[in-house]
Write a protein that binds this ligand. Structure first.
Ligand code: SF4
Ligand code: SF4
Length: 180
């Protein structure tokens, strides 16, 4: 009799622990999707996102402050001294995004504000050397998720309705906030 009771107790404990483990699985099944369908859907980067740097050649005075404040002295300012005018003449400017850590120091300290952080984050390439942007590539206007008609722009936490932070609070029939 004792053996049978022990056996039944073991069966009960096993079922209990299995259900406890499955609770996590069922909990996730009730959640709303947290993924977006990239590249058809894209998250809108936050306001102060530090993406690809934009550079305005005409505003640059070749002071090289950006080089000095960069932790790895990355920007290359190519200039020559014009002996007649006794002024610097800017030839080229480049930043290698393969090495840049997007700290934003150069943008912060540039005295003429010719550098700015953009929301462009899609920099992947087959050849890392093509990440070395010259002044023409740096001067290109950035792509924007919100102005691209081919993608559906989603705000961060797009799967949750406005004001909700916990997926468990949201009923299943409530639409995703970014969905049309
Ligand atoms: S700090 Fe600004 S103005 Fe000076 S060299 Fe760099 S980009 Fe040009
Ligand atoms: S963002 Fe930072 S690492 Fe990149 S070029 Fe500017 S200062 Fe250098």
């Amino acid at each position: 009799m004792k053996t049978v009771l022990n056996y039944l107790k073991n069966v009960k404990d096993t079922a209990k622990y299995m259900l406890q483990g499955l609770e996590v699985t069922f909990d996730h099944m009730r959640r709303r999707p947290v993924t977006i369908q990239y590249p058809y859907e894209k998250l809108i980067p936050s306001e102060r996102y530090r993406g690809r740097i934009h550079y305005e050649f005409d505003k640059c005075i070749a002071c090289e402050v950006c080089v000095r404040v960069c932790p790895i002295n990355l920007p290359v300012v190519d200039w020559v001294m014009n002996k007649q005018t006794k002024k610097k003449e800017l030839r080229n400017y480049s930043i290698d995004f393969g090495a840049c850590i997007f700290c934003g120091n150069c943008v912060e300290y540039c005295p003429t504000n010719c550098l700015s952080m953009t929301e462009e984050y899609e920099l992947s390439t087959f050849d890392r050397h093509s990440l070395n942007y010259d002044n023409v590539a740096l001067g290109r206007l950035p792509t924007s998720v919100t102005s691209d008609p081919s993608v559906r722009a989603m705000r961060e936490l797009a799967y949750l309705p406005k004001g909700k932070m916990d997926p468990h609070e949201v009923p299943d029939n409530e639409p995703r906030v970014g969905a049309r």
